[in-house]
Design a protein around this ligand. Structure first.
Ligand code: NOJ
Length: 544
C-alpha cells in the first residue's frame, strides 16, 4: 500500500500554468504551439518548475480558445501534432517535469462529432446532451449562462440545448452512463501517454440535479440545481476508483462559487474525490456580486480570505493568476509606482503560504494587463458576450469599453514577453493578440541579466522553498494583520519562519514588546523592531 506521502508525490511541487496559445510560437503563424513549449523546457526547469499544467491543446474550433473541444484525442493543428505532444511529454520527463492536462467535461464544442450526430437525429448521441422542445415554444427554464445571456439556445434540429457557457459549448448529460464511459476512455488515453493528471475544468457543476427554474438572482440563475451536487461527488469517487488511483495522478479541480464546506467535501483525502481544488474568493475580492461590477480592492479582505482558506483545504492551492483573471500585479499590486516591489511581494506571498503554488505564465516576470486600445483588440468570447448583454441594457459604448478593458480575461492572455524585439520573441509572424508595449523592459531576457529582477527573485524564493522544511511541510499560523500587513509563521520541528507581507504602498513599522507584536507608522513611537517599505516582503528565521 502506498503511504500518504508517496501517494501525494505532488504535494511539494511548484506548478506552472501554460496557456499554449500565448506561450511561444515556433512556426511563425502568430499562435503559440507545442514545439514552442518544448523549446522552453530548460527555462522552466531552471525556474524550478515541477509540474506543467497545459490549458487545452485538443482539437477545437477555438471559440473559447480550446475550452470548446471537438476531439479529445486529437491535437489542435494550430498547436502541432500528436508526435509533438509525445515529444513534449518525453522531453519534460527527462528533465523531471510532469505534465497535467486540462480536462473539460462539463461541455464539448458544438462541432464535436457527438453533438453533430445528436443534432442530425441520432438518439444515442442526443442522450449525451440536454435537448428539449421547451415550454410553449419558450426556453425550458430560466437558467442563465456564465458568459452572460441565457443558458439555452436552439440547435438546427429546432430543439433547445443547454449550455452553461457559450452557445458553442453544449453541456454533457452526466446522467448518461455512456458519457461516463467515454470520459474514462479519454482519461486513460492520455494517462497511457504518460501525463500525470488533470486540471478538471468547471468540475463542480457537471451534474445537474434537475432542470427546474432557478431562484431569481443577479447572476447564474439555476445554480442551486447544479453546484456541488451529490451526483457530482458520486462521479468523482468513481473516477478515482476506476482511473485516478490506478495511475497515481494529481487531480486539481476548478470549483466555482465553492464554499469552505463544499470544498472539503470535494477534496478531503478520506473522501477520495479531488486531490485539491481552486477556490475563487480571493480572485473575487473586489467584485460586487459579478466580476463586471468592481469595488475598491482592500488588502485586509484579501488577507482574511487567504487566511481562511489556509485552514480549509488539506493541501491548499495558492494562486494569484490564471488565464481567466487579470494580472496579479494590476489586481493586488501597483503597476505605476511599485511594479517591481509589488510583483516580488506577490511572489513571496504565493510561494510561502501552505500548499501548492501555481505560477501562471509571465507572472514570474511581472507581466501586466494588456494595453488594449479598444474593444476591437479584444478576442475573448466571454467579453464579447458580455458586451452584447450590456448593449441590450443600453449601456453607452464608452462605459462598456471601460468595464471590459478593465476586467477582460485577455489581460492575462497577451503573449509571454521573451525579449524586447518587435514581437517580444514570442513569434516571427503576426501575433494573434496584441503584445504589450512594456515588453521593452518587462521581458525574460532583460530579467535574466539583472540579478535584482522579479524573475531572479522567483528563482531565489523557489530555491529557498525547496530547502525549507517549514515551507514544505510546516504548519501555518497567522500572527496578526492590522494595517494591511499580513504576518504569519511557517513552522516545522526544526525551523520557524516569520513572514511579513506589506500589502500596501505605505511604510509600516512592526514593533515587538516581548512576544506581542504591535503595529504603527513611522515616527509614532520609540520602540520599532521591523520597518517595512511599501510592498515589502520579508522572511525572518527565528530560533526554535
Ligand atoms: C473555466 C476555464 O478556465 C475558462 O477559461 C473557460 O472559458 C470555462 N471554464 C469554460 O470551459
Amino acid at each position: 500500500m502506498a503511504n500518504s506521502s508517496t501517494k501525494k508525490w505532488w504535494k511539494n511541487s511548484i506548478v506552472y500554468q501554460i496557456y499554449p496559445r500565448s506561450f511561444c510560437d515556433s512556426n511563425g503563424d502568430g499562435i503559440g504551439d507545442i514545439p514552442g513549449i518544448t523549446s522552453k523546457l530548460h527555462y522552466l526547469k531552471n525556474l524550478g518548475v515541477d509540474i506543467l499544467w497545459l490549458s487545452p491543446v485538443y482539437e477545437t474550433p477555438g471559440y473559447d480558445n480550446g475550452y470548446d473541444i471537438s476531439d479529445y484525442k486529437k491535437i489542435n493543428p494550430e498547436f502541432g501534432t500528436m508526435e509533438d505532444m509525445e515529444r513534449l511529454i518525453s522531453r519534460a520527463k527527462r528533465l523531471g517535469i510532469k505534465i497535467i492536462m486540462d480536462l473539460v467535461i462539463n461541455h464539448t464544442s458544438d462541432e464535436h462529432e457527438w453533438f453533430k450526430k445528436a443534432v442530425a437525429g441520432d438518439e444515442k448521441y442526443k442522450a449525451y446532451y440536454y435537448f428539449s422542445d421547451g415550454k410553449d415554444g419558450k426556453r425550458p427554464n430560466n437558467w442563465s449562462s456564465f458568459f452572460g445571456g441565457k443558458a439555452w439556445s436552439k440547435a438546427e434540429n429546432g430543439q433547445y440545448y443547454l449550455h452553461l457557457f457559450s452557445k458553442k459549448q453544449p453541456d454533457l448529460n452526466w446522467h448518461n452512463p455512456d458519457v461516463y464511459e467515454e470520459v474514462i476512455d479519454i482519461m486513460k488515453f492520455w494517462l497511457d501517454k504518460g501525463i500525470a493528471g488533470f486540471r478538471c475544468d468547471a468540475i463542480n457543476i457537471i451534474y445537474k440535479d434537475s432542470l427546474k427554474d432557478g431562484k431569481r438572482r443577479l447572476s447564474l440563475i439555476g445554480r442551486e440545481h447544479y453546484l456541488n451536487t451529490d451526483g457530482c461527488h458520486e462521479i468523482l469517487k468513481r473516477f478515482n476508483s476506476d482511473v485516478w488511483s490506478k495511475y497515481k495522478t494529481f487531480i486539481v479541480g476548478e470549483a466555482s462559487l465553492v464554499t469552505p464546506d463544499a470544498a472539503k467535501l470535494l477534496s478531503d483525502e478520506s473522501r477520495e474525490e479531488l486531490d485539491t481544488l481552486f477556490f475563487f474568493e480571493h480572485m473575487e475580492v473586489d467584485n460586487r456580486g459579478i466580476k463586471w461590477l468592481k469595488k475598491k480592492y482592500r488588502p485586509s479582505k484579501l488577507i482574511r480570505i487567504l487566511d481562511k482558506w489556509q485552514n480549509v483545504l488539506e493541501v491548499p492551492t495558492n494562486y494569484l493568476e490564471n488565464h481567466d483573471h487579470i494580472r496579479s500585479v494590476n489586481h493586488y499590486g501597483n503597476t505605476q509606482k511599485y511594479w517591481e516591489k509589488s510583483a516580488k511581494l506577490l511572489c513571496g506571498l504565493n510561494l510561502t503560504l501552505r500548499g501548492i503554488p501555481f505560477i501562471y505564465e509571465g507572472e514570474e516576470i511581472g507581466m501586466t494587463n494588456g494595453d488594449f486600445r479598444g474593444l476591437r483588440d479584444i478576442k475573448d468570447i466571454e467579453s464579447h458576450n458580455i458586451n452584447q448583454s450590456m448593449k441590450k441594457m443600453l449601456l453607452l459604448h464608452s462605459i462598456r469599453r471601460r468595464i471590459i478593458l478593465r476586467t477582460t480575461r485577455d489581460n492575462a492572455r497577451t503573449p509571454v514577453q521573451w525579449d524586447d524585439t518587435e514581437n517580444a520573441g514570442f513569434t516571427t509572424g503576426e501575433p494573434w493578440i496584441k503584445i504589450n508595449s512594456n515588453k521593452s523592459y518587462i521581458n525574460v531576457k532583460a530579467e535574466e541579466e539583472d540579478n535584482n529582477s522579479i524573475l531572479n527573485f522567483y528563482k531565489q524564493i523557489i530555491d529557498f522553498r525547496k530547502k525549507s522544511s517549514a515551507l514544505l511541510d510546516g504548519s501555518y499560523r497567522r500572527i496578526a494583520s492590522p494595517n494591511d500587513v499580513f504576518i504569519y509563521t511557517r513552522e516545522s520541528s526544526d525551523e520557524r519562519l516569520y513572514i511579513y507581507c506589506n500589502l500596501t504602498g505605505n511604510n509600516k513599522a512592526v514593533e515587538f514588546y516581548g512576544d506581542k507584536i504591535v503595529f504603527g507608522n513611522y515616527g509614532e513611537d520609540e520602540r520599532k523592531d521591523i520597518y517595512l517599505k511599501p510592498y515589502e516582503f520579508r522572511i525572518v528565521a527565528s530560533n526554535i
